[in-house]
Design a protein around this ligand. Structure first.
Ligand code: ATP
Ligand code: MG
Ligand code: MG
Ligand code: MG
Length: 569
């Protein structure tokens, strides 16, 4: 590929709405351009990377025996009414009408359509097990699209769906997918962790998420460096894990529903200090996608907390604005901490780091109505509290008895679920077993955030100059930078020849024939993140030498032109 025939669109400045480095660099490197909130154009270079990611996924899916098909982006409401999700899904589901006033939706996922397909096409146990997958555009009207394509509204997902005769079969299919995911993320050169997850709204039993480890990740992971133990903070388990010492973990999972819990009870139940429980719950509240829900956990009937906290907050029985000092004292929040800050059964103190003026903090009387007037939730966890919570949790024994727990942050790039018969029963998706009896198919579903993976890889691979791609994802593997492509015949000839040779050897090479100044040229390729750079100029060529540099090498080295091929293969 010649640069003059491709489309490079690097920028000096990042867009003002970019909060994280991957978003900034994807725009600056000319990979994406925003069209609307959470909706992006993929420029040619961005698309090229997506295709590489898709190829790895396709190879590993095929290796694992999954079969590719494609389901429509626009799906009729009727199927979603059969499973109840048309009513159940909130505003994240984008509903549309056709000219006949019929209801449709843009798929956020495809359980209903694949189950419909399976019930029509699969009749006999002889056709099972089978696993279908697609790589298709999804739409979710996210409450807060952000981080570029990492939390987009339109994004691309690989979604696979397995159908088995029984639960034993499902477990095998699930393990095959789990192993395929492990291979996929390894091939992408990512640091990742598989964590136990909550099943959430999708239903079923048993699920794990794959997280790319990054400080900017939206999720917190409790893990044990000396064992396989790792879990996310979702739902009730999160409270247990974060709040807990080892015995308490098991105890907490016995709490029937998360919202019957209150701090005092949790503390007693887990036999850990109230102070630590409160901190943990605040932390968990901050992690929750719907913080208000967890906040209610904190405020419910919490008499013990009341004694501990309210006595330190003079005059807090009435509704009024709290002062900054009161808020901090109430929660012993570290200096500068402006997250959700404190509660008691009588008093609710709420602050949001996004409000500039401290007088905007609301302190509302919390009689039976738990009202949270004027609350404007901010979800970002300020660093001091993270440290505080780390102190509260890090070093606790783990649940599996093999070490002590630590916390890290992650970006969810994959999710595997054992669905069971939730969808097949709702939709009458059955097969005839060996006795000729109709049985519901036992399903699993398996997602990978194709476009999110680009952002996640950049969060892990970047420096002040730009992106550092793992070679398997890089838009090009090698860039040839001529010193005077137009000016020097020997340089042009050497560059063209190396380009053709590398191409013939199956190496994804680009020759920068734009006649840019060296500084600008090098800066572009470092920003774009090409793993290897070869600089060819007259002076070196006189001794058949060229300059070679790996993207993360401090210095370039002079090597014989003839050695380039073996360096980059
Ligand atoms: P999240 O917790 O980040 O909202 P999710 O649990 O809702 O993700 P799943 O339903 O498990 O997502 O979908 C499978 C995969 O699709 C996720 O693991 C993630 O990698 C990707 N994904 C989900 N939502 C988005 C989004 N808004 N933008 C980009 N990728 C997404
Ligand atoms: Mg989601
Ligand atoms: Mg999730
Ligand atoms: Mg998920």
């Amino acid at each position: 590929m010649k640069a003059s025939q491709s489309f490079l669109a690097t920028l000096k400045e990042a867009p003002s709405d970019a909060e994280v480095v991957s978003h900034k660099l994807m725009v600056r490197a000319g990979l994406i351009r925003k069209l609307s909130a959470g909706i992006y154009n993929y420029l040619p270079l961005g698309l090229k990377i997506i295709r590489k990611v898709e190829n790895i996924i396709r190879e590993e899916m095929s290796h694992a025996g999954a079969i590719e098909l494609l389901m429509p982006m626009i799906q009729p409401a009727e199927l979603w009414q059969e499973t109840g999700r048309w009513e159940k899904m909130g505003p994240e589901l984008l509903r549309i009408k056709d000219r006949h006033d019929r209801d449709f939706l843009i798929q956020p996922t495809s359980e209903e359509v694949i189950t419909d397909l399976a019930r029509n096409e699969i009749k006999s146990y002889k056709q099972l097990p089978v696993n279908f997958y697609q790589i298709q555009t999804k739409f979710r009207d996210e409450r807060r699209p952000r981080f570029g394509i990492m939390r987009g509204r339109e994004f691309s997902m690989k979604d696979a769906y397995s159908f088995d005769r029984d639960t034993e079969g499902l477990k095998k299919s699930y393990q095959i997918m789990f192993d395929a995911y492990t291979r996929i993320f390894k091939r992408m050169g990512l640091k990742f962790r598989a964590v136990t997850a909550d099943n959430g709204a999708i239903g079923g039993s048993g699920s794990q998420e794959f997280h790319v480890i990054a400080d900017t990740g939206e999720d917190a992971i409790v893990y044990c460096p000396s064992s396989d133990y790792a879990a996310n903070l979702e739902a009730a388990e999160s409270l247990a894990l974060i709040a807990t010492r080892s015995a308490a973990t098991q105890a907490m999972t016995k709490v029937p529903t998360p919202d019957m819990t209150n701090c005092g009870d949790v503390a007693k139940f887990l036999n850990i200090p109230l102070e630590k429980t409160v901190k943990s719950l605040l932390f968990a509240a901050d992690q929750e996608k719907e913080p208000a829900k967890l906040f209610m956990l904190l405020v419910r009937g919490d008499h013990e907390l009341n004694e501990v906290k309210a006595s330190k907050i003079p005059g807090m029985a009435e509704s009024r604005f709290a002062t900054e000092a009161e808020i901090k004292q109430a929660c012993r929040a570290p200096a500068g901490y402006l997250g959700p800050v404190g509660v008691s059964s009588d008093v609710t103190v709420v602050a949001d780091r996004t409000v500039a003026n401290m007088s905007d903090f609301v302190c509302g009387a919390n009689d039976a109505g738990h009202h949270l007037t004027g609350v404007n939730w901010g979800r970002d966890l300020p660093e001091p509290l993270v440290l505080d919570i780390r102190n509260a949790v890090v070093g606790d024994p783990s649940p599996d008895g093999k070490g002590v727990v630590d916390i890290c942050r992650g970006i969810e790039v994959g999710h595997v679920f054992q669905l069971g018969t939730r969808y097949s029963e709702a939709m009458g998706c059955t097969y005839l077993d060996q006795q000729g009896k109709a049985q519901p198919m036992v399903m699993g579903c398996y997602g990978i955030g194709v476009t999110r993976l680009l952002g996640a890889a950049i969060e892990q691979g970047h420096d002040e100059k730009g992106i550092i791609w793992p070679i398997s994802m890089a838009p090009f593997e090698v860039v040839i930078c001529p010193m005077g492509y137009e000016k020097s015949e020997p340089v042009k000839a050497a560059c063209d020849q190396l380009h053709d040779e590398l191409l013939a050897a199956g190496i994804d090479v680009i020759l920068d024939d734009r006649n840019e100044r060296p500084g600008a040229m090098f800066a572009d390729w470092e920003l774009i993140g090409v793993p290897f750079r070869v600089v060819i100029g007259d002076r070196g060529l006189a001794d058949s030498q060229v300059e070679f540099k790996g993207r993360t090498d401090a210095e370039s080295e002079n090597i014989p032109l003839a050695q380039i091929k073996e360096k980059v293969i």
